[in-house]
Design a protein around this ligand. Structure first.
Ligand code: CP3
Length: 354
């Protein structure tokens, strides 16, 4: 047998519960990992975060980024590690000035004109994101062979919201105003992001990522036609570019808050799995999504914060309804920073016992 890179990748992933589930195989109990599993709710993260200085320096110091990636896996015995990075490393690598101000969230020097799009530096991406790929290599070396390593990126629409608004936003008036009034201009920004994001995901696989997640946190802010143009089509293009190079690496899509449009997104983009937010009804996910895609989700992060019996009972419902087919246990969105780590341990124990 010839040992091509892809056959090695397949052999090394067959024993992992996460990649099995993402390939549609039922595993009982299901694999579990949690969005934002590394971060400020863990005291050991806060220690490293202090020594690194600012958040982006932590993302770009491979040994430290690798260490905080591994922390939750060590503490809770999760089935996957997600590389510690951020969706905003793409605008940062494109030369847009990105800062994380303490207590304020991200601040970006806004991109609001065609000239500003053209000024983005599309050439230096690989070099600037080198530390992320080195961090993936470090993690893969340390990780036990049955734990999968997940790479990720933000979807073009969600990243564009931060680039145009200059940070977080309540109503997305600037980015939507631009997309609706001058769609051909705005398309250029999305195209730049499709290119950069595809390259970034492909490089993460080369550095050891065995599955990918595409975060479209603000997909639910768009009406139908705009959702198709700015979320579905760009992600479909990214999936096809990644697949061309790495046909076997499973891809999880997370178009948060899109309700019944999850179905169209699953069909049209070609992702292997849909990460569903907590508002998606479980019975509907089982009847309408699982025939199309593997489903991942969807415990409300506030249930994890609350803990105790309500959390256990919500987790049981999720596994009972979705656990009969390819399924990955996760939250409906990222861990809330005030979550007690003991609640995470109790959740993992519950899912493992199911
Ligand atoms: O899941 C993981 O453990 C991997 C790491 C990860 C981070 N951000 C680390 C982070 C992932 C997958 C992300 C994705 C991300 N980043 C998204 C999509 C998912 C989602 O939560 O909706 C978005 C929208 C961002 C952008 C972002 N990064 C914001 C709005 C903020 C500020 C809000 C906040 O929580 O502080 C960040 C900062 C950030 N990204 C932190 C972490 C651990 C906190 C930084 C710190 O230590 O101060």
């Amino acid at each position: 047998m010839s040992l091509s890179t892809s056959s090695i990748a397949t052999e090394s992933t067959v024993t992992k519960k996460l990649t099995q589930a993402l390939n549609g195989k039922r595993t009982s109990p299901p694999p579990i990992w949690l969005m934002r599993q590394a971060g400020r709710y863990l005291p050991e993260y806060m220690e490293i975060r202090k020594s690194a200085g600012d958040f982006l320096s932590l993302c770009y110091t491979p040994e430290l980024a690798a260490e905080v990636t591994l922390q939750p896996v060590r503490r809770f015995g999760l089935d996957a590690a997600i590389i510690f990075s951020d969706i905003l490393v793409i605008p940062d690598a494109l030369g847009q000035n990105v800062r994380f101000a303490e207590g304020e969230g991200p601040l970006l020097e806004p991109v609001r004109t065609s000239e500003q799009i053209e000024r983005l530096d599309r050439g230096g991406l690989e070099d600037r994101l080198g530390p992320v790929y080195q961090a993936l290599e470090c993690v893969r070396k340390e990780l036990s062979p049955d734990v999968a390593l997940i790479g990720f990126a933000g979807a073009p629409w969600t990243v564009a919201t931060y680039m145009v608004e200059g940070g977080g936003s309540r109503d997305f008036s600037l980015v939507k105003g631009w997309a609706f009034s001058a769609p051909d201009e705005f398309q250029r920004l999305i195209d730049v992001l499709v290119e950069a994001t595809s390259a970034h995901l492909i490089s993460q696989i080369a550095a050891g990522a065995e599955a990918l997640q595409i975060f479209d946190t603000w997909a639910g802010a768009l009406p139908e036609q705009a959702f198709i143009r700015w979320c579905v089509l760009p992600v479909k293009e990214i999936v096809s570019r990644v697949r061309e190079k790495h046909p076997r690496v499973p891809i999880i899509g997370f178009p948060r808050g899109v309700g019944v449009a999850y179905k169209m997104y699953g069909r049209e983009t070609g992702v292997n799995a849909l990460s569903i937010d907590s508002s998606v009804p479980l019975a509907w996910a089982a009847s309408d999504l699982q025939p199309i895609c593997v489903v991942q989700g969807n415990l409300d992060p506030a249930m994890l914060l609350a803990g105790g019996k309500p959390m256990i009972s919500a987790a049981k419902d999720i596994v009972a309804t979705l656990g009969e087919r390819g399924f990955v246990f996760n939250l409906g969105h990222g861990i809330i920073r005030t979550t007690p780590p003991d609640h995470v341990a109790a959740l993992v124990e519950e899912v493992r016992a199911s």
